[in-house]
Ligand binder design. Structure first.
Ligand SMILES: Cc1cc2nc3c(=O)[nH]c(=O)nc-3n(C[C@H](O)[C@H](O)[C@H](O)COP(=O)(O)O)c2cc1C
Ligand SMILES: Nc1ncnc2c1ncn2[C@@H]1O[C@H](COP(=O)(O)OP(=O)(O)O)[C@@H](O)[C@H]1O
Ligand SMILES: [Mg+2]
Length: 155
């Protein structure tokens, strides 16, 4: 897909506080500035890739770009669920991501359970895809080892 791999770095802000954390699927939401910096023609939907908080380790992630049709959000969001258990929240920290692949478009669901099940399937798909050499190699990209602030989106 055009635009991929897509490198991006930005601050983690509060989302709609829908308690995705209680559902077991917290998502680190990017600031509005970062959301607006995304290419306008990058399709909304569910993606996977690699993520790192501050200078921490690089982990697998799934990402949602769009308006969350289940919730009918007014504002577009870019949210990353990192496939790792963190001891604490990291609001205000710098999240670095590389998006390497696309899974599916955003969908509406009949129930919250159906949404959760779909996200769990996305996570399993991401785990499998990211073990393939083509995606695995981006885990080691220099982007994750450069000092913060030196990088603007996709450069
Ligand atoms: C992998 C993944 C897939 C998602 N798929 C959908 C989807 O198909 N439809 C939808 O409405 N929301 C989808 N979401 C977004 C959730 O609705 C969202 O993370 C939740 O509303 C929490 O939002 P908040 O961070 O603003 O509190 C997805 C999120 C993730 C991480
Ligand atoms: N594995 C994880 N992936 C993403 N965020 C996480 C993770 N573990 C803890 N968090 C924290 O949870 C927050 C997101 O929780 P969430 O319920 O989506 O709230 P919000 O609506 O504010 O985005 C993140 O900003 C981050 O500080
Ligand atoms: Mg969130």
């Amino acid at each position: 897909m055009r635009h991929l791999p897509y490198f991006c770095r930005g601050e983690v802000v509060k989302g709609y506080g829908r308690g995705s954390k209680e559902l077991g699927i917290p998502t680190a939401n990017f600031s509005e500035q970062v959301v607006e910096s995304f290419p306008s023609d990058i399709p909304t939907g569910i993606y996977y890739g690699w993520a790192c908080v501050g200078n921490g380790d690089v982990h697998k992630m799934v990402l949602s770009i769009g308006w969350n049709p289940f919730y009918k959000n007014i504002k577009k969001s870019v949210e990353t669920h990192i496939i790792h258990t963190f001891k604490e929240d990291f609001y205000g920290e710098i999240l670095s991501i590389v998006i390497t692949g696309y899974i599916r478009p955003e969908k509406n669901f009949d129930s919250l359970d159906a949404l959760i099940l779909a996200i769990q399937e996305d996570i399993e798909e991401a785990k499998r895809q990211l073990d393939l050499p083509e995606h695995l190699k981006l885990k080691e990209d220099n982007f994750f080892h450069l000092p913060e602030g030196k990088i603007v989106n996709n450069h």
